[in-house]
Design a protein around this ligand. Structure first.
Ligand SMILES: Nc1ncnc2c1ncn2[C@@H]1O[C@H](COP(=O)(O)OP(=O)(O)OP(=O)(O)O)[C@@H](O)[C@H]1O
Ligand SMILES: [Mg+2]
Length: 464
């Protein structure tokens, strides 16, 4: 991965970009803390006390990376990459170890056997990124597909690592023709192409990452690992389920449970002649998505790319938030805002402060406001030949008394059984989420309870 770094390289000589990549692994869920408390002085004494750890912790609120600060402090000694990698491996932070040293070197001495059933040769290219026991799933109903024989890992130890060749096999050599033409391609995004495959009769979606115009291979690697780390720790019925990954081939791949109803974006557009989503179903999807967001935020994560293309629908149309490659652990307690130099996300969904580089859960709430407008109107979030170009701006025209546009004008008439009071509640919730000033927006928990109210009123109506 980076040939200039060896076990003997001094920590202080690790390049800026490698430090950044390491912090992308170690900042979330405070994994840097496990590293800090394992560092010893040459005398054998621990280098950092709880007091030191709290000082590093305090940096999060200032928008700084504790991992980077830890490395620069430790770098004032003659400690080496080898020592750091040993610590990372002792905490099973293998993905972070791989950032510094290629798999063979990082795992040469006491590599964990990938599976007792495997010989060491076949095990080498695949490695389980086991870190912590997965937290109990909050009602996740998606069955975990069986993994391929060659790379089977015990189901309770985390994700499976697949051989790239096996993923090629199950996707018909990554057949780029659309499913309707007999191919395997489900869709394409900014970071790669998604294919359908069958894993021992269970359908899965394989995302083959590909560096596109403005994404480098390095950034892609960070996103790849970020997605794995996030989904390993966070499990919820409204977050997509990851099955495994592959990192031994030409392209890193991520393997997910297959979502039979595709993305909310495609279903609102009735792509491939799919039937329009009825009103109640739309409200349930909004409620499910808000629950997923609330779960992410209560676990100190900011998604940073909430949009209808990243809300997938399973066979029962249950909403699952996907794509955690840009997700960041948010600052805790005193401040909920961090700054970043890398402004990421999708313009048509981005809050004003996200465009300035702030990372706060309130920006996810803003983006969710745009999704609510899409659900109500069935309109795409951005359209060049439309006035206004961005859907988020339609609220100004509706609220402006000089404009003739009303809420009813923009409603998606295809949703059939809508009721005006409920539609108005959803619209005013969307407008609250879209408040320019972040402190005026509701938190995800409040959004969930508003939506619960709407769903309840629909159920009561249908009983009457
Ligand atoms: N688990 C899945 N099951 C079924 N279809 C999926 C799955 N994951 C992705 N897809 C399909 O692949 C498409 C592309 O997904 P992808 O995440 O690569 O791009 P995107 O969400 O449109 O953009 P971005 O790259 O910004 O996230 C989705 O819109 C969806 O139709
Ligand atoms: Mg996506």
């Amino acid at each position: 991965m980076n040939n200039s770094v060896t076990s003997a390289t001094y920590i202080r000589n690790i390049s800026y970009s490698l430090r950044r990549r390491l912090s992308d692994f170690l900042d979330p869920q405070d994994r840097w803390r496990d590293v800090a408390v394992s560092i010893r002085k040459p005398s054998g004494e621990l280098r950092y006390s709880q007091h030191h750890v709290r000082r590093f912790e305090g940096l999060v609120a200032q928008g700084r990376s504790p991992t980077e600060e830890l490395l620069s402090d430790w770098g004032t000694t003659n400690s080496t990459v080898g020592e750091l990698v040993d610590i990372l491996r002792s905490h099973k932070l293998l993905a972070a170890a791989c950032v510094l040293l290629p798999v063979e070197e990082a795992s040469s001495e006491d590599a964990q056997p990938a599976s007792p059933a495997l010989g060491s040769e076949s095990a080498r290219p695949t490695r389980l990124l086991e870190e912590r026991a997965p937290q109990p799933s909050a009602g996740s109903s998606t069955p975990q597909p069986q993994t391929l024989q060659e790379s089977r890992e015990p189901a309770d130890t985390g994700f499976s690592s697949f051989l790239y060749n096996e993923l090629m096999k199950i996707t018909g050599n990554f057949d780029d023709r659309p499913m309707s033409d007999g191919g395997s391609r489900l869709g394409e995004g900014g970071f790669g192409t998604v294919y359908k495959g069958l894993l021992n009769d269970t359908p899965v979606a394989v995302k083959k990452l590909n560096p596109m115009d403005d994404t480098s291979m390095d950034e892609l690697q960070v996103q790849f690992h970020q997605e794995i780390q996030t989904l390993k720790v966070l499990k919820h019925e409204n977050l997509v389920d990851m099955v495994g990954f592959s990192c031994d081939g030409q392209h890193p791949c991520l393997v997910y449970a297959f979502m039979a109803n595709g993305s909310l974006l495609d279903r609102l557009a009735c792509l491939d002649d799919s039937p329009p989503l009825p009103w109640r179903r739309r409200c349930l999807i909004a409620e499910g998505t808000a629950r997923g967001l609330d779960y992410l935020h209560s676990n100190h994560h900011v998604h940073r790319d909430v949009k209808s293309a990243n809300i997938l629908l399973d066979e029962k149309c249950v909403a699952k938030i996907s794509d955690f490659g840009l997700t960041r652990a948010s600052a805790k307690r005193t401040s909920t805002t961090m700054m970043t130099e890398r402004i990421v996300g999708t313009r048509a969904y981005m809050a004003p402060e996200a465009l300035r580089g702030e990372v706060t859960p309130k920006s996810d709430v803003f983006s969710f406001g745009v999704v609510l407008l899409e659900i109500l109107s069935g309109l795409p979030p951005a359209c060049e030949n439309r006035e206004p170009q961005f859907l988020m701006e339609v609220r100004y025209d509706i609220d402006d008394e000089d404009e003739e546009l009303t809420l009813e004008d923009i409603l998606d008439k295809k949703m059939g059984d809508w009721e005006l009071g409920q539609v108005e509640t959803l619209y005013s919730l969307a407008c609250n989420c879209l408040q320019e000033r972040k402190n005026r927006r509701p938190v995800a928990r409040q959004v969930v309870s508003e939506l619960e109210g709407v769903v309840k009123s629909i159920s009561l109506d249908s009983q009457a």
